[in-house]
Every structure is written in structure tokens, then in C-alpha cells.
Design a protein around this ligand. Sequence first.
Ligand code: SF4
Length: 1009
Amino acid sequence: MITPSAQQQEVIDHPLQPLRVNAGAGTGKTTTMALRLVYLLNRGRIQSALGVTFTNKASAELRQRIEELRGDDASGEVEITTYHGFAASLLLEFGAYVGVERTARLVTPGFVRQLLRETLGGGRYEHLDLSAPGHRVEELAALGGQLADNLADPELVDPGQGDVGHRRHELLESLARYQRLKRGLDVVDFSDLIALAYRLVKEQPSVPAALRERYGVVLLDEYQDTNPAQRELLRAVFGDGFPVTAVGDADQTIYEWRGASLENFARFPEHFPTENGRPSTTLPLTLNRRSGENIIAAANAVASQISHRATSETLTALADAPPGEVGTGWFRTAEDEARWLASEILAAHHEGLAWRDTAVIFRKNAQIPLIRQALAQAEIPLQVVSLGGLLHVPEVTDLWCWLRLLDDPSDGAALLRVLLGPHFGLGLGDLVPLAEWVREHDGSVPDEGDLPGFTLLEAALAVADLPRSRATDALGRFRLIHSALVEEAQGVTLVELCRRVIDRLGMWIEIDSLDGNAARSARLNVYRFLDLAESWSPLEGRPSLTAFLEYLELLSSERAPEELDLAPTARTEAVTLITAHRAKGLEWDSVYLPAVVNDTFPAKSQAFDDPVERPSSLPFQARLDADHLPRLDPDNASARKNVLRALHADQEWRTAYVAVTRAKRRLVLSGAYWYGQKKPKRPSELFSLIEGLRFSIRLADCDEAGDRPDAPAIFDSAPAPDPHFKDGWRTALLQTIEDRGWARTNAGDKAAYDEHVDQLSLMLGELPKPADPTPSKSEPISVSSLVTYATCPKRYYWTDVDRLPRRPARWLQAGVDLHRRIELHNRGVMPLEIAGDDTYDFVPDEQEPRPGAFEAFEASRFAVAKPAWVEAPFLLKLGTDRIRGRIDAVYVDGTSWEVVDFKSGRKKSEPTRQVQLQAYGVAIDEGSLGSRPDSLSVTFAYLGDGLEEDSTRADAKWLDEARTRLTTLLDAINNERFEPEPSPACRHCDFVKFCEPGQQWLADHEDPD
Ligand code: SF4
């Protein structure tokens, strides 16, 4: 049972009128909101309510809190959604009024950048510098975001004068083209949701009327983070005295860079007046229920640095709150700081603090790697939650570089990381022959002109020997893995590709061989990357790997827009490494803030968002809050800078306020003189502020910066100390090669040495036997292999199990060409992947395309219909077996789908071919493409002699039979039943020369003529 404080009770009891709740950090705002809703519902004051939060996680928390409080027999309805979810639901219900169909798809911020890049390529420019397209895309994203936040139309905004005005004009033209591109693709982005919903409620008065009728009260959570467009949407629906309760904390407005407006919270009483037009009421929540007294005092001290505060309220502690510890540590170097942090975390854990109750909160991603390494070295389990930081975790970097190499063979930097990394262990000296090979071959290009140079990858694939035999072996291994992955990369999903890279590199085995906590950290980090790949959802029919890599590249830069960092946080038994922006809304028992040094935290601004100098900045006069924004003098750069610098400083102090209020019992700030820069750092204003508090404890200190040290070292590169041999294990190994008895004779502690040898022997004995050469059951079987098996098990055996050489089929390349032409037609773009003969599903004995096959396609109904999926890869699980395939095209008409497989020859009635459609039908029925149709048909479209269709309705009975057929075939393969089954297919079988039954069948069925 919760006993509300007096302040909470006042909020709960407030009449059904607009209300602003100024809720400080840790004051139980979610609980208060839930209590107010439940109070109103239980007393029958309202029948239904709407709660709007910022994230899905916050929605889930509010929903759970309400359910706990209401009990099972509660009456009335409560809907909880996010701000974007609210707009999306309006469009889903009423979108047809503004031309948004239910079929419209939502694209993620990462994918928006790919579309912007495409848009950029389609324009003519006189003023924009396109030699750095990545920067221009970011400018488009920034300007586009500001337009959307202010409900501004790119075609109506005055771009301004001079060079900046000309460049902004060209950006605005690009954004207008981007809007058209989205309409053509039937997609919307997050910004559109709000703008379209606003248009809808303005143009259709019946829509807001219906919503006001539907809900008795509306709660708006984290209102300080809303942007002006969201505010105007909410006002258009729930303004004019409707009982809206907005809860927020202006001191935690840290998302101004993504459009949050301080004006929204500050001017809520005017924006949402009472029914008689008077400004609405504000109530405070100041009793912090989270933190110790000293931590609250530190938070108040930080908040007092914010120059423009919406409130003068300060947080107070619970009467029985513990004091809480606030401390600082100062060091000579960043490595000293990192090692000390690790030792503090370790000591706290040994005193009983769970790993999950500790977080290290960073202002910048760049500081994560060194501290991550120190924690890993101290065997502390950890999870890097910031995606920018995650990409620098070694096991993730390896995976990332492999993806880059598979996407772009000329990515020399990725290749270097792969070859020099832990899996292949080449040294720079080993690469000399590769560099020479490139030089020689580039030299042989007669006229370099536009010809691309030779790549390091080509050298790695061509050079046979390196100076060290071990390096030669490693290069050979690299070649094998590379060629296998290039082949496997065709037609698999992004996450499946990541899994294959992991499998080929034996990454899981390596991770399992690490010590317990190191293995847990590595596993968590790789899982997090796989989650990211899994959640990556570009539009169907567009290349996903390239777009995904562009997204990662953007994330890895320090300037990465935080909106892209969608990493979920999980309460797992590990220390969390996270940036301050991502930490909002979370809490830990102990919180460490490292690198609290000048220009880092508070951070120095690289460049201010000055519309007079920056084309990507929307002029203030085009913004919704123009009347309340500070004036920027176009003729006085230094005055403008002062105004913008003050705004930036406030934002940094609010970020610091968020960071320090995450701690419950322990808050430690640290810093060092040297982080690899030229001049020593000094404590920042934030560090000095906390250090100067009377209760703050100095936990570590260093008076002298001393001489500038080398750049922070990668700890892992130093040879690890060995417990048995004082000169390290490398020397011991060399001695032991000379003299087998050397190790035991020279071990420092013989009993411990013997014990380690016994343990190792046991581990070696438990290693699995070498893999069986027959195909691993963990590999999925392709649809075409399954059809081959259905045609003749012996033929499958010789094709897929004990492979015999086959003559190249002429029809195969021609078939590939036909499918590629159809694919290009359907996509309207050139696919980036190189089509190979296993890119498409071909069944045995498919015929050579007859002249006019593509023309037959062009004349068919399929040429004018737009498929929803093109060359859609899938992975179907049946029991423990998996089938992989690729569907030529799926056409969608409402809830009816038609799967089409194009055949290059004439119509043939071979029952075994049906296996292909059966696999496709079952895959779709299992949801392999994400959703399921109400009705499904499967079609072979034969193009060899005009169009001939062979179509079947895949109803429940058909699907049952299909499942049984597939399962029977898979069982037979698993039971290694490979007897020949001669048939007319022997006429086209490559193996008939070796196959007596096949020859016999041909003899028996020889045409006498
Ligand atoms: S010749 Fe006929 S029976 Fe022999 S493997 Fe080929 S298809 Fe099977």
C-alpha cells in the first residue's frame, strides 16, 4: 500500500482541470500519475483515460503501475501510448482524411538517412559542396528535423540571404524532394506522424471532438521533452480547458538538440488554460524518494548552476533517507583513473553490492573504451549500453569490420583490422608483401584514368606466402573464411549474416573459453549487436547491409545524433556503461562519472547552432516559438555567440543534473590531467562544485601533472603476468620447446603448477571430437536442394553430400540474367549484391530461357503490379530443421497474398517441383516475412512460351499436406536415405554416367525412333 505524500495527494485530488506538475528527479511522478488515474476511475469521475509517455519502456512502467493499483475488478479503460504512438494511432484510425493509407510503412531514423542520401543524389547544386555527402546528409537530417518540429513546410520557408541562404535553399529543395520520395514509396517517418496528425485534427474538427468524447482525462509524461509540433498537436485536440495533466521536470530538459522546447513546460499554463481562459495551476513534487541526503544536496547544487530555470524549487530528502556518499578522485593519467575505478567497483562488489547496481555514466562515447578495458581486466562483468561505445568493444569491432569487408571489398581499413586483429594475428611487417603486390599491380594498369586501383583484399587473396609461415597459415585461413562468407552472404538476412560471421570465426567458442565474467561481458555485447541487427528494418527490396553499415558509421562518430542510439537497456547482472543522455529515467545504487574535466563535462560546444552561419539551422523566425526565442543579431557574431554559449551551458548543466540524480547511495566524480592531449586537463566546474561541497570526500588525489605521458595505452597489448614464471609465459614456452622438463622444474609453485596442468588436461579431454565431414545439421538446407532430393535422393547425395563435379549448366547463367532483369524491374533499382547462381532458387532441370522470356514478363499482369517483397529471403524452422530460400515476388492485395515463382521455360507438370511452392507457402504461413495473410495463393509463372500460369490456393488443407511433405523429405535426408529414384529427370542428370539405375531407366524408356 502506497502512502502518498502531501504534495502527491494534492496532485491526485486536483479537480478535472488542466494541471502542470513540476516533478523533480526521483520524486515518484510515475506513481503519482498512476494514483491520480486510479483515483479518478475508481470514484467514477471518469470512464476512460489516456496516458502519453516518451518511450515504450516508460509506457510499460506506467501501465504496470496502474494495473498493480487498480486490481482485477476495476472498471473503466486506460490507454497508454507514446507521443509518436498517439499520432500514429490517429493516422491509423482517421489517416485516410489526409491521404495516409493503412498500408503506409514507418521508416526508422537510421533508414531516413539512406533515403536522404538517395534524394541528395537526384538534385542539381551550385552552392552545396557535395564532396562530403555524409555531411550534407546530416545537414538535411538536421534541417528536416527542425522543420518537422516546427510544422514548417520546406517549400514555404524563407531560406535567407547570402551564401548561407543559397545553401539553405538547396537543402530545402532536397527536403521537398525527400517528401515526394516518401509519398511515392508510401512511407512516413517519425516527423511526418506528428505533422500529418496535426493537419488531420485541424482539417477535421470531428476528430478532436471524438477524442475528447472518448477520454475523461489525459496525462502527459516527461512533458519537458516534447517539441513545439507535439505541443500544437496536443493543444489542437485537448486545449481549451480539457483536463490535461502534464508532468515534467524542466531541469531534465536535455533533448533540445532533438527539438525539445523549454517553452512547452514553461508556458503550459498559457498553452492549456482553464475553461474560462485563466492560466492553469502548477503543483510541485519535490520530495525525492530515491537518493541519500548528500546526493540530493549535490543535485540541488548542480541545478542552481542552470541560469534559466522554470522553477526555483529544490529537492528535499525523505525524513529517514540515508546520508549517501559523495566523493571525488583525481589522477595523473586516464589509465590511473580507469584502474582506480575498476578497483572501487570491485571492492564495493566484494562488500555485497550486486554488479547490476553500479553504473559508469559518460558524457562522451570516446571515454568508454579505456574504462571498459580496465573493468574487463579486473574481470568485472559489464554491458556497454551506448551503441557508439559498443562498436569499439573488440569482439563487436571484429564483427563490424567483417560486415564492412563483405559489403565493400575496397574497405582497406576494415581488412587491416581483421588481419591484425586477434583471429589472424598478423603484424604490420607481414603485410609488406601485400602492399608490394598492390603497388606492382597498380603500376601495371596502362592508363589509370578512371580505373579503380587494386585493393588490399585482392592482394590478400592472391599473395601465397608471407615471411612468417604462421602468418602464411593465418592468411590461408582468412581466405577460406572470406570465400565461404562471400558465398553465404547472398540472400540471407542481416542478422543471419552476422551469425554466420560469428560461426565462421568460432567466436562463441572463443568467448566461452574466456573467464566467467569476461565471457559474460563479451556475450552480452555480441548479443546487443545482434539485437541491433535484428531490429534493423529497412524497406523491403532495398539493400540492407550498406544502409546498416552507414548507420553504424554514423553511430561510431562522436557527433552521432542520439536519436539513432536505440539500444535497449536490460537489468542484467553486469555493471552498466552508459552515456548521460541514455541514462535518463534509470537509477543505480552507485554511480561513477569519469572524465569530469574542462571541456569534457560540461562539454565544450564544437559549433553553435547559429542560423546566421549554418544553413542546416532553421531561422528563428520560421520557428513556432519565435516570439520567445532570444534575438540573434545578424550583424554581431560575438553577441550571437554569447547568447548561444549561455544556452549551451544551461543544457550541459541539465545533463549533469540528470547524471548525478541517477545515484541512490554513492556518487563519485573523477578526472585526470592526461587523456592523450597536449596540455594537461584541469578539474571542470562540475568537478570543483562537487569537490567543494562540505560533505564531499576526496577519495584519491594527485597534485602534479608531471610530464606528458604517452597516449593512453591499450592494456590488453601488454603481456599478461604469468602466475608461474616470472619472465612471462612466452619465454617459458620457448624454453619448454627446447627442454620438455623445463616448465615443471622452473615453476614458482609446483603444487599449483601441477593442479593447473591437471585442470587443463581435463579440459582438453572434454573438447568435442573434430566435426563430421557430412553436412552439419545446423546448416539450413536450401529449397533447391530439397527439390533436388524430391526429384531423386541419389542426385541430391551427389550434389550436396558427397559432391561430384558437375558440368556447368548453360541455362543457369541465362536463368540468373532473366531473374535479375525481373528483379531490377520490380525494385526499380540496381541491387548492390552481385547475383550468382545461388542467389535465386532454381530447381533441377530448369530450362534455358527462351528468347522473349523477359518480354513475356513485361507483357504479363506481373509487370504492372508492384510486389510487396522482391527476392525475399526467409528461414523456415520445422522442428529442429531449417530451410532457407528466396521468393521471387510476393504480391499483396488487401489481406490476400500471392507468391510467384518465375520460371524461364515452358509449363511442365513435375510433381516434385511443387515442393518449392510448398516451402514458400509454409514459410509465409509461419510468419517468415513478418506477418501473415488471410488468404494465400502460390503460382508458378512460366515465361518460356508467353505467360502460362499454374496457380493453387494455399488453404489449410494444402498447407497441412505441404508441411507433411517437407517433414517427410527432411526426415529422409536426416536418416541418410539416398537411394536412386530414376525418372524422366535422368535425361538431364549430370550423374547419369555414374548411375546404373539411371542408365537402365533411360534404356528402358529409349524412344525407338
Ligand atoms: S541418373 Fe537418375 S537415378 Fe541416377 S542420380 Fe540422376 S536422377 Fe537419380
